[in-house]
Ligand binder design. Structure first.
Ligand SMILES: [Zn+2]
Length: 501
């Protein structure tokens, strides 16, 4: 009860904090007389004599003149009226004494004394299976921000992802009571052995910044056991995604993979703006392969506040692809039929040509549809060809990404806006069925090219649009969780490069 009464007094008395704020603000602007005034106004009394106002010297240092103790005019005059207590006014002390007197007459008196912050505590723990250093610290009451900052300090010296299960840690936790009376647990020192001949120690400096070092080595020197196998880069796109990734030391082949994954969703030339962000996590393969060549594990792009994320995953059939949060493949499948109401009139492969009379490879499939039927883009992409194209007549060719192209021939006319270099979306009308070029009647001749070679369009279902299910989906979810945990503590290649060898 006393405790709450006293706390109440502190809460209402907000002036000291405001005063500090005013002093800090004034100090920043260098206006010291303002400081003095605000101090005087806090006291609520007369201003200090100007002779004793602190002055700034040439270097901007605050000089407080020595006080002449014999000169009474140099001090603010405070009368008993200015004080919150006095002969005719009950003071805080008296109110407390009154409260105590009252309490004495009641039963079950508990006297609450001010809580003294406990001494720092030392503890030893071992990293459990599947546990990260961040987990271990937050489980011990450390804030996730402090746990992350500590791990960030460890990372360039010895990657936290390499810390093995069972590694023993010595941890010193400082316990403080904050302004609101809550206990704040802060890690002031942590040490562990990255390998048999090394001890890595992280210490917090006075400002709470963490410094990590190997005992007996230069500050910032890397552990002899460190292998930097996984990296994470998060950045704004700025003037170009490639440039921003390069600045962060992301290898070219990882950047190329990233743009390839998003090619179905995004036109990098036009849609991505300077304030958009990307998040890349890459490194050694996580399963199966013993290859040391790094692969892209996680690719995220946020455009205009909309985020798309893909994870690398190898399904039970041995195919490796990128899948979104829900297990849908990044590659969007091409539309099976770019015209509605179509009847397949001629298949893919060798056939006797109706006009030329000899056997010839048919590089696509033909759909018999009435003249003028709209033709839709089988997938999003950039128009490569739009217009007269030899035996194809009026044709459109669309490049979907580095791997896939589609071609639509014998059109009667192009749709408005379809020209070389134009971007089209899946399902968008690109032209109308006709019989231009070497053709016997209205139909759509449709080709799909993979790596520049025509393939049977009815056989490309496996190429994209896969949705993980069953065991694959369960495994994918496990992998996702693992990747997210690893990412949380992975350094950027730039951080590692900047640490000393
Ligand atoms: Zn054909």
């Amino acid at each position: 009860m006393i405790g709450s009464a006293v706390l109440g007094v502190f809460k209402e008395n907000a002036t000291p904090r405001d005063a500090f704020a005013a002093v800090e603000k004034a100090s920043i602007s260098g206006n010291y007389s303002e400081v003095a005034r605000s101090r005087a106004s806090v006291i609520g009394r007369k201003e200090l004599s100007t002779a004793y106002q602190p002055q700034a010297d040439d270097a901007g240092e605050l000089i407080v003149p020595e006080r002449d103790l014999n000169n009474a005019n140099l001090y603010p005059e405070i009368t008993s009226d200015d004080l919150p207590y006095g002969e005719d006014k009950p003071g805080v002390m008296e109110l407390e004494i009154d409260a105590l007197d009252q309490l004495d007459q009641e039963e079950n008196i508990t006297t609450i004394t001010k809580q003294v912050p406990p001494e720092p505590t030392d503890e030893t723990f071992k990293l459990a299976k599947g546990e990260t250093l961040i987990d271990a610290l937050t489980d011990r009451g450390v804030s996730s921000a402090a746990a992350k900052a500590l791990t960030d300090a460890v990372n360039p010296i010895f990657p936290a992802t390499m810390i093995k299960e069972g590694t023993e840690f010595e941890l010193t936790l400082d316990r403080q009571i904050d302004f609101y009376g809550r206990e704040v647990i802060f890690p002031v020192e942590l040490s562990f052995r990255p390998g048999p001949n090394e001890t890595l120690t992280v210490e917090a400096d006075e400002d709470g910044r963490f410094q990590a070092a190997i005992a007996g080595a230069k500050a910032g020197a890397k552990s002899q056991y460190a292998e930097f196998n996984h990296f994470r880069t998060r950045a704004k796109v700025g003037s170009s995604l490639y440039g921003a990734a390069k600045d962060n030391r992301v290898p070219d082949y990882i950047i190329a993979e990233f743009t390839r994954i998003f090619a179905y969703d995004v036109d990098f030339q036009r849609q991505v703006k300077a304030n958009d962000t990307f998040d890349i996590f890459y490194g050694n393969p996580l399963t199966g392969s013993s290859s040391k060549r790094k692969v892209l594990h996680y690719a995220q792009l946020t455009i205009d506040g909309r985020t798309k994320t893909y994870y690398r995953f190898t399904s039970a059939d041995g195919q490796t692809d990128y899948f979104d949060e829900d297990g849908r493949s990044a590659q969007k499948s091409l539309l099976k039929t770019p015209v509605s109401g179509a009847r397949l009139t001629s298949g893919f492969g060798m056939r006797r040509h109706p006009l030329l009379g000899y056997s010839k490879m048919h590089a696509g499939i033909d759909f018999g549809v009435p003249h003028g039927t709209p033709i839709r883009a089988a997938g999003s992409g950039v128009v490569q060809v739009a217009g007269r194209h030899g035996a194809y007549g009026i044709a459109v060719e669309i490049k979907h990404n580095n791997k896939y192209e589609t071609l639509y021939a014998h059109m009667s006319k192009l749709a408005a806006g379809v020209r070389r270099g134009a971007r089209v979306n899946q399902g968008q009308i690109i032209g109308y069925v006709g019989s231009t070029g070497r053709s016997t009647g209205p139909h759509l001749h449709y080709e799909v090219h993979v790596d520049g070679r025509p393939v049977n369009p009815s056989r490309i279902k496996a190429a994209g649009g896969k949705q993980l299910a069953g065991k694959d989906l369960a495994k994918f979810k496990q992998l996702k969780a693992r990747v997210l945990t690893m990412m949380q503590q992975a350094p950027s290649a730039l951080q590692v490069a900047q640490a000393q060898p």
